[in-house]
Design a protein around this ligand. Structure first.
Ligand code: BGC
Length: 733
């Protein structure tokens, strides 16, 4: 009996080895028949708008992006399989970022769920829908760490924390790829944008990222490594340069770190024309130079720069690239095509295309994600509102069927969106007067009409926020505030003598201090996707209880960016007693002694901390015990505690474990998330929770640049957010 599992795993191992070698054998057999031009064709990815059957039949593209029409996909595939010399199928790609037709909350919203199983399910559903239309490769997950909300692409990210992004990134990879890549409902995942894109200077998209190697390794790379470890089939290079070297030409990143150190053997694609952009960056003189740099760095496939297709052949002839490099790249591309089962089943069943789009199960999961991603930021005894009461619904996002889908939702159809107005109308007696029609609207002309209607209502629900186009790629803001006249509008609403509930639907954490003060309650729902309105109505009525937690810190002022809770210790840590600008005496003399690191006009800390989120009930953390206070680096620390729902509503709480390494060879973060768990508790119920933390997960790249655990004193906190909890000491010996 005892050796059974070993026998079983040996059998599994030998099966997977023989499968692997079977794929390798087929790849080699095919490769040996290919001309250099055919190989280069496989390394070329073209946009749907730039291809036709002739180009495909001539073997000039290995992959096509952005076609989602099953019939057209079959047509192109037919040209590849039946008309090209070797019949190599195409790999059809698309940005399926947070759902396909059924749109889930934007990734930043999904991060607020702190629910890896739900994120995985969302990705599985996206894969089921997208593959039925013929898409077998998605450019997701995006695991860039985003610490600056001016950067519009923060919407596509999982926020500021490396651990959260690692767990959720890996969950998405599992969801897209399923159990077997060869299943017709599996899509190859693509971890992007490798690397450092979230650190674009000043939050300006595409910009330079200056990240010291240790910071890159300790903070920016871990989510990518988690995706690599999870078996993400592909990686995408980023647009930015890291410390002077654009990622697409960054041999150290692609070849040494990703393939060498991490032992990852998947396929690397450039971002759109990022090989061509090496010219604008000023590291390549022309497209030929760009192709040479990219292939030498380790890139396998060129997205839309035409630099490979036009130049690799000459570069091989001139000896600037070796044919072996081309073979290695093509081997990785063909291997993925074999693994996806494209050679066996290149075509899709057109009659089945979209069969599960918007089905009940998918909509239910999207609604669950919208429910769990909404974060209750304030509640002065107003929420939940009594079902059936009369509510005045207003604001630019109230009936925003397009904008609630958020950025990168190219296949979401607004006709399927349940808007807040639609959802609320089912549960309340709604009076609707938007006043502002869209988020940048300055025209408050209808406010007088609203005022009259407010008299007849029990509460006002203001749906504020950002249009989808104000976040996402190439949509950075210098000032992350509510646009148009929304601030004035909320201020005016707060003076009407009715309870004011503000809901913010946005692609980023906005500067909302004033609006928070003016509102009696506030829910931050990010862009919640197809089912957003139904979820919001249930939260507002108390049919559901808010449980989302902030995956990013909220600041007082945009000027505080970059901002993140897990920052380094300074030599003058905040004491909470800073002199603010209004308190400075006139003709004051210069003083610095005793001062700390802060802004005169914005203070030191955040408006709302990472992990923050209220509920209609309350939770108590008690009896926190550690398995030991002294541990070796190969031990596992068990942190056990009771979590009690001490209020009146059944609800979920996300419990978090943070640590601090008190003395290191380099400056260490003031806190770091190491574990989290979403726990469902009935009113009055207690559950015993245990976080297991292998001490080896306290390792980091220290002064010697070696990844290891440094012995010494630590603190840990178990709490509902990054600012709560009592510190408990422990020691690594
Ligand atoms: C974006 C990528 C995206 C690609 C393909 C680029 O502009 O940066 O995230 O996957 O386009 O659409």
């Amino acid at each position: 009996m005892k050796f059974r599992p070993i026998v079983l795993s040996l059998i599994i191992l030998s099966i997977s080895c023989s499968e692997r070698s079977e794929v390798d054998r087929r790849v080699d057999a095919l490769l040996s028949q290919m001309t250099l031009d055919e190989k280069i064709g496989q390394m070329n990815q073209l946009d749907y708008g730039s291809v036709n059957s002739e180009i495909i039949a001539a073997g000039k593209a290995g992959s096509v992006l952005n076609c989602v029409d099953a019939a057209r996909i079959n047509e192109l595939q037919r040209a590849a399989v039946e008309e090209s010399r070797l019949g190599i199928p195409l790999l059809m790609a698309r940005d399926v970022i947070h759902g396909f037709h059924t749109v889930f909350p934007i990734p930043l919203g999904q991060a607020a769920t702190f629910d890896a199983a739900l994120v995985e399910e969302g990705a599985r559903i996206a894969a089921k829908e997208a593959t039925s239309h013929g898409v077998r490769w998605t450019f997701s997950p995006m695991v860039d760490i985003a610490r600056d909300a001016r950067w519009g692409r923060i919407a596509e990210s999982f926020g500021e924390d490396s651990y959260l992004a690692s767990v959720l990134g890996a969950a998405m990879v599992r969801g897209y790829q399923g159990n077997e890549l060869s299943s017709p409902t599996s899509m190859a995942a693509c971890a992007k944008h490798f690397a450092g894109y979230g650190a674009s200077e000043g939050g300006r998209d595409y910009n330079t990222a200056n990240i010291p190697e240790r910071v890159l390794r300790n903070s920016y790379l871990p989510p990518f490594q988690a995706c690599a470890d999870e078996g993400a089939a592909t990686f995408m290079t980023s647009f930015n340069d890291v410390n002077g070297v654009p990622s697409t030409a960054n041999r150290w990143l692609l070849d040494e770190v990703l393939r060498g150190e991490w032992g990852w053997d998947g396929m690397i694609v450039t971002d759109w024309n990022s090989a061509g952009e090496l010219i604008a960056h000023g590291v390549a003189a022309d497209l030929k130079d760009a192709a040479e740099l990219s292939v030498n760095a380790g890139v396998d496939m060129d997205m839309m720069s035409y630099s490979f297709i036009g130049n690799v052949s000459a570069l091989v002839k001139e000896g600037k690239l070796q044919e072996k490099q081309i073979d290695d790249a093509v081997r990785r591309i063909l291997k993925l095509k074999f693994e996806l089962g494209l050679f066996e089943q290149p075509y899709i069943d057109e009659s089945n295309a979209g069969a599960s789009d918007y089905c009940e199960e998918h909509l239910a999961a999207a609604k669950k994600a919208a429910l769990e991603s909404a974060v209750l930021l304030k509640n002065e005894g107003v929420l939940p509102l009594k079902e059936g009461s009369t509510v005045l619904v207003c604001g630019p996002m109230a009936d925003a069927s397009h904008d609630q889908l958020g950025t990168w939702a190219p296949d979401g159809q607004e006709s399927h969106s349940i808007t807040a107005l639609m959802g609320l109308s089912k549960l309340f007696n709604v009076i609707y007067e938007p006043v502002l029609e869209y988020s940048r609207d300055y025209d408050m002309g209808n406010f007088a009409a609203l005022k009259a209607k407010a008299l007849r209502s029990d509460a006002i629900i203001m749906l504020a926020g950002e249009e989808a186009i104000l976040s996402g790629e190439a949509h950075s803001l210098a000032d992350v505030k509510l646009q148009g006249a929304q601030r004035e509008f909320i201020d005016a609403l707060s003076k009407l003598g009715k309870p004011l509930v503000t809901v913010v639907m946005a692609g980023r954490p906005l500067e909302i201090e004033q609006e928070l003060e003016d509102s009696d309650a506030m829910i931050y729902s990010f862009h919640p996707g197809t089912m957003g309105g139904e979820a919001l109505a249930e939260l507002i009525s108390g049919r559901a209880v808010p449980s989302g937690k902030l995956p990013v810190s909220f600041v007082h002022s945009s000027g505080q960016y970059p901002f993140y809770y897990n920052h380094s210790n300074t030599g003058r840590p905040n004491q909470g007693n800073e002199t603010l600008i209004g308190d400075l005496p006139l003709k004051a003399g210069q003083v610095s002694n005793g001062c700390t690191s802060y802004y005169l006009d914005a203070g030191y800390g955040e408006l709302l901390p990472f992990g923050y989120g209220l509920s209609y009930t309350s939770f108590k953390y008690s009896n926190i015990t550690l398995s030991s206070n002294e541990l070796h680096s190969d031990d596992v620390l068990k942190v056990e505690f009771e979590l009690t729902n001490s209020g009146d509503y059944d609800a979920d709480e996300v419990a978090m474990l943070f640590i601090q390494d008190l003395v290191g060879s380099i400056v260490r973060p003031v806190k770091e998330l190491k574990r989290f768990e979403r726990v469902s508790l009935k009113a009055g119920e207690s559950k015993h929770i245990c976080f297991e933390l292998p001490i080896k997960e306290l390792a980091f790249y220290g002064l010697d640049n070696i990844f290891k655990v440094e012995a010494g004193n630590f603190k840990l906190w178990v709490a509902g957010n990054s600012a709560d909890g009592e510190a408990i000491p422990f020691k690594v010996i």
